[in-house]
Design a protein around this ligand. Structure first.
Ligand SMILES: [Fe+2]
Length: 182
């Protein structure tokens, strides 16, 4: 049984509490759903930027943080009654920013002769194809798909940043050190 009163008196907005609040909202909506209410069950777990995603590359870190912030805005627009114009606006901005960020990463790969560039770029292409498809379905009035997008994006970002982007940054730093000492 969910219990929202545990959180209702809290004003703290730290990552831990926000994540727990997101979980509570999710459980509450599932509970409503189980009672037969006509409720979608959006995954409102916040897109919280934290130390786990820091790769010690200022530009990449800054852009990843901005990406999380935009994804969080999409999530908020979903939670605020699902106004389609608002969702469309932030969703389109998110996709646009993902493309800009990927192009920056790919410039760095090229510049630093990254041997994993082909595999990494293929991951980028797959994500762009997937989110573009989600956007197309959203435009076709399949609103629930947007919630699915958030879950997909959250998992993708977590995996991609902590593994693929981490490998890229290790390569860049190693190469920069080598060039400095050459
Ligand atoms: Fe990447």
């Amino acid at each position: 049984m969910w219990n929202v009163s545990e959180y209702s008196s809290r004003s703290c907005a730290c990552d831990g509490h926000r994540r727990r609040l997101g979980e509570t909202v999710k459980i509450a909506l599932r509970h409503l759903h189980s009672l037969g209410e006509d409720a979608d069950v959006p995954d409102m777990t916040p897109f919280s930027w934290d130390e786990r995603y820091k790769l010690a590359h200022p530009q990449i870190d800054r852009e990843h943080e901005a990406l999380f912030s935009l994804a969080e805005k999409v999530l908020h627009s979903l939670g605020n009654g699902g106004d389609k114009e608002k969702i469309r606006d932030v969703f389109a901005r998110l996709i646009n920013y993902i493309q800009v960020h990927f192009s920056h990463e790919e410039e760095l790969m090229d510049q630093h002769l990254y041997p994993g560039m082909g595999v990494h770029m293929a991951e980028h292409r797959r994500l762009i194809a997937q989110v573009t498809e989600y956007y197309r379905q959203f435009e076709a009035d399949q609103l629930a798909v947007t919630t699915e997008t958030m879950q997909f994006l959250r998992n993708w970002l977590d995996h991609h940043i902590r593994q693929s982007d981490q490998l890229l940054v290790v390569h860049i730093r190693r190469r920069e050190r080598a060039l400095t000492h050459a």
